[in-house]
Design a protein around this ligand. Structure first.
Ligand SMILES: *Cc1c(COP(=O)(O)O)cnc(C)c1O
Length: 451
């Protein structure tokens, strides 16, 4: 059989799917950081364009994708859906394993799916520059490309350890015209405050967000852009799941289990929500599994409560599973999975029992990544490899049970810029890190005090 299920350009979705129309319970609303009252659209206007704010609170099921965005999506979309026949064989499993491959985007991951519409709506609103944060550099490079498409300036606050250790992503951002600053920087009040306390601070995503939000809030021609977590980001990512659904239909199968990795939750939400629509409508009993690292176990060990999205407390309070805004996760190689919180929509679906959460350790994740690479000839991003570890477990369980389980996962990006992580694994330098209970409790205690 043909292992690649392709779609024609004509089959590219023309609307994003908004799961808010179908959820039995919506998450509690975001709160204003100063007043503690639910945020109204005008509160967000200093840093987001109205086009995106409207999508943040939209309740209609389908949101039309602008033609200008589709035109850019067509550079790499629709992406392939691939049956991992060689992996199935290597595992000697009766399970069918399919993956959606988002690594074919010019940025190498799913992140361009939202970077492009975000740049588009900001351009439409007359904005001249976008400010953002980036951890390992994946989001920064996607936004730099998107800003380049629409002639916008782009300033990226890059977590300092990554800035020092991962020059290639910085260079990509600069190729596309972005200005990249190591965060904490001396360009913002929040950055200077951190540096005053610790001149050698390695930085964190939460600190970098504070810097980018402050930059946007203090410049009228500049807006802020976030690569995950928020409703509009998840909405844009549903092109991934919508295409996958059509492709599975072409393959003549429906998944029994839908797997993805979770950092802020956007790739997995965008991938699984169109299938979850069927589950919410009672049309399928498919299982949904979200996979995170044991080092940053937000969904599996965090608290479902209000917390800030950043360290300085400038963002609205979001109702989500969180490890506490001051939590600084260890420097594991899956940099995209080190956020202290998760998307409120995804968290609500976990809390309501529609999505299961699972955590995996670093060595087992890299072992799975190597196994996958050797069978399927794609080097996965370490983030995506968390999903692969879970998929291999599912396939082996299916073998034990003699069950033709149909497993579908999102391969959110390739790992070509993460080869140093593979090098570390191959030379035995990657260690397991399960967050110690005391450390977790210390962070959650601070969070409870703030409640
Ligand atoms: C950023 C990133 C992730 C994690 O972010 P989500 O918002 O959870 O999707 C996962 N995979 C890759 C390849 C990434 O770049």
């Amino acid at each position: 059989m043909d292992t690649k299920v392709l779609l024609s350009e004509k089959e590219l979705p023309t609307a994003w799917y908004n799961i808010q129309a179908d959820m039995p319970r919506l998450p509690k609303p975001p709160l204003h950081p100063a007043t503690g009252q639910p945020v109204v659209p005008e509160d967000l206007a200093p840093i987001f364009p109205m086009g995106l704010i409207k999508q943040e609170v939209a309740r209609e099921r389908w949101v039309r994708i602008p033609e200008e965005v589709l035109a850019i999506y067509r550079l790499w979309r629709p992406t392939p859906l691939i049956r991992a026949l060689r992996l199935e064989k290597a595992l000697d499993t009766p399970a069918h394993i399919y993956y959606k491959y988002e690594g074919v985007s010019p940025a190498g991951s799913h992140k361009l799916n939202t970077a492009v519409p975000q740049a588009y709506y900001n351009k439409q609103a007359g904005i001249k520059r976008l400010a953002t944060e980036t951890g390992a550099g994946q989001w920064g490079s996607a936004l730099a490309m998107a800003c380049n498409f629409f002639g916008l300036g782009c300033t990226v606050y890059m977590v300092k350890v990554s800035y020092q250790q991962k020059p290639y992503r910085r260079i990509i951002m600069e190729v596309f015209g972005a200005r990249v600053l190591a965060s904490p920087s001396d360009q913002t009040r929040s950055g200077r405050a951190i540096l005053a306390g610790d001149p050698d601070s390695p930085g964190s995503l939460g600190i970098a967000i504070s810097e980018a939000v402050e930059d946007a809030a203090t410049h009228t021609d500049t807006n802020y852009s976030l690569g995950s977590v928020l409703n509009h980001v998840l909405l844009h990512q549903t092109v991934v799941g919508l295409e996958s659904k059509l492709q599975m239909e072409k393959a003549g199968e429906y998944p029994d289990v839908v797997v993805g990795c979770v950092g802020g939750g956007s790739n997995y939400a965008g991938f699984c929500f169109p299938f979850l629509q069927d589950r919410l409508a009672g049309k399928t009993k498919a299982r949904f599994v979200a996979v995170e690292p044991t080092a940053c176990p937000t969904l599996t060990r965090g608290l479902h409560t209000y917390d800030f999205g950043d360290v300085a407390g400038l963002t609205p309070l979001l109702y989500m599973y969180t490890l506490g805004k001051d939590f600084i996760p260890p420097a594991i190689h899956a940099g995209g999975l080190r956020y202290h919180g998760d998307a409120p929509l995804l968290c609500q679906l976990v809390a309501d029992g529609f999505i299961e959460a699972k955590a995996c350790g670093q060595p087992e994740v890299f072992e799975a990544a190597i196994r996958f690479a050797r069978a399927e000839a794609i080097v996965p991003a370490p983030e995506s490899a968390h999903a692969i570890k879970c998929v291999i477990d599912e396939a082996l369980q299916a073998r034990e049970a003699g069950e033709a389980r149909i497993i579908l996962f999102n391969l959110s990006g390739h790992g070509h810029f993460d080869l140093s992580a593979y090098d570390a694994y191959l030379s035995g330098k990657i260690q397991d890190y399960a967050l110690p209970e005391e450390e977790l409790q210390r962070s959650l205690m601070r969070l409870r005090k703030a409640e």
